[in-house]
Write a protein that binds this ligand. Structure first.
Ligand code: HEC
Length: 132
C-alpha cells in the first residue's frame, strides 16, 4: 500500500502535458452534446479541402501545417514557418486550452469559412494528439 502513491504520481508525471489539456477540452465538448470522438474522423477533417471565394483555394488545415504534423509548416499567406503541431515533435503543443480555442476559431474560419463544431474540434484534437 505504501508503494502505490509514489507509483501513481510517477504515472501522472510521465503523461505528456498535452494529455490533461486535451481531456479537459473533450470534457467541455461532451457537455455540449458532442462525442464520441475519433482520430480517424479528425484525419479526414484535417485533409478536407473547401473552396474559398477569395485568396488561396481550395483550403484545408494542410495549407499551413502540412500533412506531416511532426514537421514544420509554412503559413500559406505570410510564408512564415510554423513549428510542428504534433505534441510528439513539439511538447508545447496542446498544453494551453485558451491558445487552442483561439487558433481553432481563427483557423477554422480561414480554412472552412466558419467556426468548427465541438464534434469537429474533439476529432481534430485526437488526430493532432495521436500524430507521430
Ligand atoms: C492560414 C494558416 C493556417 C491554417 C490554414 C491553419 N492553421 Fe492552425 N495555426 C496557424 C498559426 C499561425 C498558428 C499559431 C502559431 C504557432 O503556434 O506556431 C496555428 C496554431 C494552431 C493550433 C494551436 C496548437 C497549440 O497548442 O499551440 C491548433 C490546434 C491549430 N492551429 C489547428 C488547426 C486546424 C485544425 C486547422 C484546420 C481547420 C488549421 N490549424 C489551419 C496557422 C494556420
Amino acid at each position: 500500500v505504501r508503494q502505490t502513491k509514489p507509483i501513481l504520481l510517477l504515472a501522472l508525471l510521465s503523461l505528456p502535458a498535452s494529455a490533461t489539456t486535451v481531456e479537459t477540452l473533450l470534457e467541455g465538448y461532451r457537455s455540449e452534446g458532442a462525442g464520441p470522438f475519433s482520430a480517424e474522423s479528425g484525419a479526414a477533417l484535417w485533409r478536407q479541402q473547401l473552396p474559398a471565394a477569395k485568396g488561396p483555394s481550395p483550403r484545408s488545415c494542410n495549407n499551413c501545417h502540412g500533412d506531416d504534423l511532426t514537421r514544420s509548416g509554412k503559413h500559406a499567406r505570410t510564408q512564415k514557418p510554423i513549428k510542428p503541431l504534433a505534441p510528439a515533435a513539439n511538447p508545447q503543443r496542446l498544453t494551453k486550452a485558451k491558445k487552442i480555442e483561439k487558433w481553432f476559431k481563427r483557423n477554422c474560419k480561414w480554412s472552412w469559412g466558419r467556426v468548427c463544431t465541438p464534434q469537429e474540434k474533439g476529432d481534430l484534437l485526437l488526430f493532432i494528439q495521436s500524430h507521430n
